[in-house]
Design a protein around this ligand. Structure first.
Ligand code: SF4
Length: 188
């Protein structure tokens, strides 16, 4: 019963979020996948290879390739040679792509905004633990998140509102401070 109702609820929220992505896409002339790619590349200023992008977004390489080609035609994404391997290409957002990605609404923004700050923090803890479990099972590609980071020490400040610690910034973290995508992440 609990699992069933939770599953129904999550499915409704996911459907709403996707619908919202399509609505934003109509305004900007992009599909939700193209919007996801722009958002992802915005957070990867050093660029990302197509295979890594497809894996990160859980889409096939042909789907990623088609979406990237459409973004290139619109002047929002460009390919550059990878300095680490001249035969490989890195995808980067252009200036126009960066501007569009920055005004593109957050996916699940409607859902997140419907929650109180305390619930947002609690939900972030639940979501990061779920992603970490799925990552260990191989169901989701590795994410740059605290729970898989070598700088992360969980539950070292017991009895406080910030029980975890990040050794990179040498600061305590609450559940609401946990990162799902952190540029300073290094795999544990
Ligand atoms: S470096 Fe980033 S991912 Fe790693 S523990 Fe600190 S905040 Fe989390």
């Amino acid at each position: 019963m609990l699992k069933e109702q939770l599953s129904f609820g999550l499915a409704r929220l996911a459907a709403l979020a996707r619908q919202d992505d399509w609505r934003a896409g109509e305004v900007e002339g992009l599909t939700p996948t193209q919007g996801d790619i722009l958002r992802t590349l915005l957070r990867r200023p050093d660029g990302l290879r197509l295979t890594a992008l497809a894996s990160h977004l859980h889409i096939t390489q042909p789907t990623a390739s088609d979406a990237v080609a459409a973004l290139e035609r619109k002047g929002l994404v460009q390919k550059r040679a990878d300095p680490a391997d001249g035969r490989a290409l890195l995808l980067r957002v252009t200036r126009g792509g960066r501007a569009l990605a920055q005004r593109w609404p957050l996916s699940f923004g409607l859902v997140v905004d419907a929650l109180q700050p305390d619930d947002q923090a609690a939900m972030l803890g639940v979501v990061t633990r779920a992603i970490h479990t799925l990552q260990r099972r191989g169901a989701i590609s590795p994410q740059r998140m605290c729970l898989s980071c070598r700088y992360f020490t969980p539950n070292v400040h017991g009895g406080t509102s910030q029980p975890h610690h990040c050794r990179f910034i040498d600061a305590p973290l609450s559940d609401g401070d946990l990162r799902v995508d952190c540029p300073e992440h290094e795999a544990a």
